[in-house]
Write a new protein. Structure first.
Ligand SMILES: Nc1ncnc2c1ncn2[C@@H]1O[C@H](COP(=O)(O)OP(=O)(O)OP(=O)(O)O)[C@@H](O)[C@H]1O
Ligand SMILES: [Mg+2]
Lengths: 317, 268
């Protein structure tokens, strides 16, 4: 029952490629959606559950992607080894960063994470000898899973969809765990959380690291899937897009983040003007959500449905 | 040994002294009330005792151990729990989840174990749920476990804070104006609840404006005025103290003995 929504979504994800194995929307857009879902879900752990805003989440995604790209092409490491090293490095890096940065609150935290995201992006552009500069890096080797090369769109769909479902499962579990409640407590009342024995600095830094490592792993997968990385994919704008996904769906709701990621990944496919006005559209969505639906679209809708359903049931009794 | 020992405690906010040169002791297993007019420094005292504020001067010892420099969560782990004057319920959670946060120190599992839902986590979750339900039952709120906290009426929210604090299995419980906003029946029930908590071997520190409640259930009363100790003693002594009557209770003070709540007689 706890995971009913999850199983339903898993079923849907599994059926799609069976019904439409050749559809561009499933195997190409679908892979992008999966990547964005992992990122939105991981950002939601920090923003939604713990109430700590981050405007630099794309940087961790980029660090994972570049770690894989650099270690596999320049040092010829196995993709899985490279991915693990990338995750560990990002884990250590985010752990060091967590305490000082999470001591900040509200606008200050937003500014600090924003600055962090911009610095990392500049490093991707400037350190050309390592990162290939603005042109990026190509020739990232194919990922192999149990000896099978992941070399087709459909195979990538299977890999990314599995990773995406796994990330949702993790996130749902956290919501229903000691650490998840501690995070929600920090969000609800930091003073009360502290006096109930929650080491708030510690739980915040744990979720910061967890969320960063999730994004880094998504970045590694992204690098292999694209076989090419460039700084453009990890800019400040992408961080804003991720924040918009989380806010659009509804903070503190895993499926809210999933919903937001799906909607914002599909929009550019259907709105051709999107590319030129991307930033304006995100800004508008963020503002409209904050003013009219601070709970988020998904959360508001599911509450409404739930209420309707409940009153129907009572009516029949 | 005294459960709480306060020596020459000072706390000022930019020149305004909220607590000055305050010394007192609280013996174990009693209901100890702190009263005083608005702004006397009662909440400030609680914030100092729980580590949310750090003193400008003086020493606080809990169970003989100095708490200077300790973080609130470290003080909590010494068995100190509290409720708040301005509600600090986690409105983003259900009633049961609120109380489960109270069990935080009585459980161990970390973020990664919880994310992977390891068997050890499942076992612990079950225990935590039981402990939380027990605290809710103690407060007669078991039937509300599944409700969202933000759907509860004010009186129930106040009780939820008590249940959450009890879930931590504290040795010392600080309650900041638990009767504020409650009607007479609710206040009567609250008095009984506080006595039952005390009977469990929990030392209770109570800040309260409702004199009927305070005089009915307290073993010892301390009167604060402008951050200073004005009087300390049994409820009878404090009520007879002329300084207390004039400085704090005023005319109303003389009526107190008649306003005792019948359901709030002291145990023993
Ligand atoms: N964080 C703070 N910053 C500045 N001044 C404060 C702070 N907290 C309390 N004070 C001041 O300290 C004094 C004591 O306040 P406190 O809240 O402890 O009173 P109280 O006895 O709890 O009053 P009440 O009965 O109204 O709850 C007041 O003058 C108050 O303005
Ligand atoms: Mg107060």
């Amino acid at each position: 029952m706890r995971l009913a929504g999850f199983y339903l979504f898993a079923l849907f994800t599994g059926i799609l490629p069976v019904l439409f194995p050749d559809s561009y929307y499933v195997t190409v857009v679908g892979v992008t959606i999966c990547t964005n879902i992992i990122l939105a879900v991981s950002l939601n752990l920090l923003m939604g559950y713990a109430g700590q805003i981050s405007l630099g989440h794309a940087a961790f995604f980029g660090l994972g992607a570049y770690a894989s790209a650099i270690l596999t092409t320049r040092y010829s490491l196995d993709p899985w080894v490279a991915m693990s090293i990338g995750a560990v490095l990002v884990g250590i890096f985010s752990l060091v960063l967590a305490r000082p940065i999470l001591r900040l609150k509200g606008h200050y935290l937003a500014m600090a994470t924003l600055g962090f995201g911009i610095i990392i992006h500049i490093l991707f552009v400037q350190m050309d000898s390592l990162t290939g500069g603005p042109d990026g890096m190509s020739g990232i080797p194919v990922l192999r899973l149990f000896g099978i090369p992941i070399d087709s769109d459909l195979k990538w769909y299977v890999v990314m969809a599995s990773a995406m479902l796994f990330s949702i499962w993790l996130s749902l579990n956290i919501a229903d765990s000691r650490a998840g409640r501690a995070l929600a407590a920090v969000h609800g009342s930091e003073a009360a959380a502290q006096t109930m024995g929650v080491d708030t600095a510690r739980v915040k830094s744990h979720v910061f690291v967890f969320s960063a490592v999730m994004a880094a792993l998504a970045g590694s997968l992204f690098a292999h899937q694209q076989s090419f990385v460039s700084p453009e994919s990890f800019s400040f704008f992408f961080s804003i897009e991720l924040v918009t996904m989380v806010v659009l769906g509804g903070l503190a709701s895993t499926f809210g983040a999933v919903f937001g990621a799906i909607v914002l990944s599909l929009l550019p496919e259907f709105l051709l003007v999107f590319e030129d006005f991307e930033v304006i559209i995100y800004g508008t969505i963020l503002m409209a959500m904050m003013i009219f639906l601070p709970q988020g679209l998904f959360v508001t809708l599911s509450r409404k449905l739930h209420c309707m359903f409940a009153s129907r049931l009572q009516g029949t009794k | 040994m005294a459960c709480v020992e306060v020596q020459h405690l000072d706390k000022s906010f930019g020149g305004v002294a909220a607590i000055s040169d305050l010394s007192f002791q609280v013996q174990e297993d009693i209901i100890f009330s702190v009263i005083g007019p608005n702004g006397a420094g009662k909440t400030t005292l609680f914030n100092l005792l729980t580590g949310l504020y750090s003193p400008t001067g003086g020493v606080i010892k809990i169970n003989g151990k100095g708490i200077t420099g300790l973080k609130p969560y470290e003080i909590a782990s010494m068995g100190v729990a509290r409720t708040f004057q301005n509600l600090q319920v986690f409105m983003n959670m259900t009633v049961l989840e609120n109380v489960m946060v109270g069990c935080h120190m009585r459980s161990r599992s970390g973020l990664v174990a919880g994310a992977l839902r390891l068997p050890s986590v499942l076992r612990e979750e079950k225990q935590v749920r039981e402990m939380a339900m027990e605290a809710l039952e103690f407060c007669d709120m078991a039937d509300l476990a599944g409700r969202d906290a933000d759907s509860l009426a004010y009186g129930l929210l106040k009780k939820l804070e008590i249940a959450r604090a009890l879930a931590a299995a504290p040795g010392l419980l600080l309650m900041d104006e638990p009767a504020a906003g409650l009607n007479d029946t609710e206040t009567l029930m609250l008095g009984r609840l506080i006595e039952r908590i005390s009977e469990r071997g929990v030392t209770v520190l109570l800040v309260e404006h409702n004199m009927g409640l305070v005089m009915g259930i307290s073993h010892e009363v301390l009167v604060l005025n402008y951050g200073r100790l004005l009087a300390q003693g049994s409820p009878e002594e404090v009520q007879r103290n002329p300084e207390v009557i004039t400085a704090y209770l005023g005319d109303e003070g003389r009526e107190i003995p008649h306003r005792r709540l019948s359901g709030c007689n002291r145990p023993g």
